[in-house]
Ligand binder design. Structure first.
Ligand code: ATP
Length: 246
C-alpha cells in the first residue's frame, strides 16, 4: 500500500468529523471519496497532507508514519500534492512563476531547471502559450490545470484533488477531467473528493462512501454507485439523483 489511514480521528470542538476512519490506497490507484456535505472528505485530505493534525490514529505513506510529530511536514508535502476547488494561484504572478515558485524558493531547485520542467508540463497539457499570462487572463479550467501542474512539478507520490471541478462552468469540466484521466494513464496515484458522481465513475478505480466520519462502503464505481450494499449509501445516491448529479 502507498497510503494507509488507520483509525483516524478528528474532532472540531464537539463535532466528530473523522471517527476511526480506515482507508488504504495502492500505488497507481485512483480512489474517489464521496459523501454528504460535511462528511469529512476535505478534512481527510487535509489530514493526509498534514494541513490538519489528526487527534488519533496513524497515516502511513510509503511505510512511514507521517503523523509522527518528529516528521518534517515540508518533506511529506513534497510527496503529496493537494489541489483545491479554488485554484489558489497567485494573481500577481505569471503562470510560469506560479509553477516554479515552490520548487525554486522552497526546494532550492535551480530556476532554469524549474522553468524547463514547468514548460514540459505546460506543453503536455496544451498551455505552453499561457506561460507568461497572469491567472485572470485564463479560463477557470485553464487555471485549474495550472494549479494541477503546480502540484505535479514536485513529482508527488500521491495527488489529492479536492472538488477540483466544482467551481467550473460545465463546459470547462471536460478539460480538467481529460487531464486527470491522462495522469491516471501515467500511473499517478490519486484521491479525489467529489460531488460529481460522473467524475468518480469516469476516473476512479474505487469509490469510498464517507458517512459519519468513516468509510461505510467502498468498491468499484459500478458497484458502489450502481448497486450499493448499505442503506445509507442508497439514500445518499437517491438524493444525488434528485439533484440531477448522478
Ligand atoms: N477548521 C475547522 N474548524 C471547525 N470545524 C471544521 C473545520 N474544518 C472542517 N470543519 C467541520 O468539519 C465537518 C466536515 O467538513 P469537511 O469540509 O471535511 O466535509 P466535506 O465532506 O469535505 O464537505 P463538502 O462536501 O461540503 O466539502 C463540517 O461540519 C465542517 O464544518
Amino acid at each position: 500500500m502507498l497510503l494507509t489511514c488507520a483509525d483516524v480521528r478528528k474532532t472540531f470542538g464537539s463535532a466528530v468529523v473523522l471517527d476511526g476512519l480506515d482507508l488504504s490506497v495502492d500505488e497507481h490507484e485512483v480512489v474517489a471519496l464521496i459523501g454528504a456535505s460535511g462528511s469529512g472528505k476535505s478534512t481527510l485530505l487535509r489530514c493526509i497532507n498534514l494541513l490538519t493534525e489528526v487527534d488519533d490514529g496513524t497515516i502511513t505513506l510509503d511505510g512511514e508514519d507521517i503523523t509522527n510529530p518528529k516528521i518534517n511536514p515540508d518533506v511529506v508535502r513534497r510527496k503529496i500534492g493537494l489541489v483545491f476547488q479554488s485554484y489558489n494561484l497567485f494573481p500577481h504572478m505569471t503562470v510560469l512563476d506560479n509553477i516554479t515558485l515552490a520548487p525554486v524558493k522552497v526546494h532550492g531547485k535551480p530556476p532554469a531547471a524549474a522553468r524547463e520542467l514547468a514548460m514540459e508540463w505546460l506543453n503536455r497539457v496544451g498551455l505552453a502559450d499561457k506561460s507568461g499570462s497572469y491567472p485572470d487572463g485564463l479560463s477557470g479550467g485553464q487555471q485549474q490545470r495550472v494549479a494541477i501542474v503546480r502540484a505535479l512539478v514536485n513529482s508527488p507520490r500521491l495527488l489529492l484533488l479536492d472538488e477540483v471541478t466544482s467551481a467550473l462552468d460545465p463546459e470547462l469540466v471536460g478539460e480538467v477531467l481529460t487531464m486527470i484521466r491522462d495522469l491516471k494513464g501515467d500511473g499517478m496515484t490519486m484521491i479525489l473528493a467529489t460531488h460529481e458522481m460522473g467524475f468518480a465513475r469516469q476516473v476512479a478505480d474505487r469509490v469510498a462512501f464517507l458517512d459519519n466520519g468513516r468509510v461505510l462502503e467502498q468498491g468499484p464505481p459500478a458497484q458502489v454507485l450502481g448497486d450499493p450494499v448499505e442503506a445509507r449509501t442508497r439514500q445518499f445516491l437517491a438524493r444525488i439523483i434528485e439533484a440531477g448529479r448522478l
